[in-house]
Design a protein around this ligand. Structure first.
Ligand code: SAM
Length: 293
């Protein structure tokens, strides 16, 4: 939950002011992952924030949000293939496994072991809402399954959602989440590298989702090959500078189409979120036209 601008932010800051703390270091927003019963709050502090202030903020977060049982502070950027970051445990329980509920989809996960961002729920709903009955969908870089499960929930008549993930912890949670949401048979979890396993579904997909802004472009060959000869949609995620949001993504897609002797039609292009100052995560939805001439 992003509480930026909400009443909770005010009460947190006010509580700290009353305690005589310097509210300069209090984050203006933070993320809560979990449920009413148990949640984890993830905060980002400026590097110079004193340790005692971070602890006071953590205590205040737990007092204001009774469901928060652990407060974590980000202590690194996201790194490596699994896109994980390091956290400092500021307050509460060591066990950070939670069940997060997103538009009725239940997602069991530990934010310290897997990538997950609750702030991307709206984007998942946007993509899932486009899926039509009978579609065969692939979600590359599937994580604990939020896209795949949202699709299966929003479109129960989907033929199949193949969900490929490299991180064994994320894959294991995805397997559990498929059972939790009762979509066994609809969502097929696959543990592996998209480069190695996507070939099993070449020419079979109506839609491919590529939610890995850092590097999805290196898997365009596999994504194009998965699209059926009759045509289909790719949701392509990329990072871009605010000075030129879409040119690079268009170029990458058009280049791949050229290599495959296919043509593309841009259906939509949008900013999904701000990744860093002046750097955005974008999504381009592209229709890969039929290869029959
Ligand atoms: C940015 S996260 C997105 C996870 C999920 N789709 C979500 O929205 O929460 C990217 C995921 O891709 C996985 N990944 C990275 N490289 C991969 C690869 N070559 N094949 C399969 N999964 C990969 C990472 O482990 C990570 O879980």
């Amino acid at each position: 939950m992003n509480v930026k601008g909400g009443g909770q932010e005010l009460s947190l800051r006010e509580r700290l002011r009353v305690l005589g703390e310097d509210v300069r270091y209090v984050p203006s927003s933070f993320e809560i992952i979990g449920s009413r019963g148990k949640a984890v709050a993830i905060l980002e502090f400026p590097e110079e924030a004193p340790e005692h202030v971070k602890m006071k903020v953590a205590e205040a977060v737990m007092k204001v949000n009774k469901n928060v049982k652990t407060v974590l502070a980000k202590s690194s950027e996201r790194k490596g293939a699994f896109r994980l970051r390091e956290y400092e445990l500021l307050a509460g329980e060591e066990n950070t496994e939670v069940i997060h509920v997103e538009h009725g989809v239940r997602l069991k996960l530990d934010p310290r072991k897997v990538y997950f961002s609750s702030r991307e729920a709206t984007e998942r709903v946007r993509v899932a809402s486009q899926v039509k009955p009978g579609e065969f969908v692939m979600v590359m870089f599937a994580g604990v399954g939020p896209y795949a499960l949202m699709i299966a929930k929003k479109q129960p008549l989907v033929e199949k959602v193949v969900a490929i993930e490299l991180n064994p912890d994320a894959y294991n949670y995805m397997v559990e989440n498929i059972l939790l949401n009762k979509v066994e048979g609809k969502v097929l979890p696959v543990l592996g590298d998209v480069k190695a396993v996507a070939r099993n579904w070449y020419s079979m997909c109506d839609r491919v989702v590529m939610p890995l802004p850092k590097g999805a472009h290196m898997f365009l060959n596999e994504a194009f090959n998965c699209i059926r000869p009759e045509g289909g949609i790719i949701h392509f995620y990329h990072w871009a500078s605010e000075y030129d949001l879409y040119s690079e993504a268009y170029l990458l897609l058009e280049r791949e189409a050229y290599l495959k002797n296919r043509s593309v039609k841009i259906v939509d292009a949008r900013i999904v979120s701000e990744y860093a100052p002046r750097i955005y995560k974008i999504c381009v939805d592209v229709f890969i036209k039929s290869s029959h001439f």
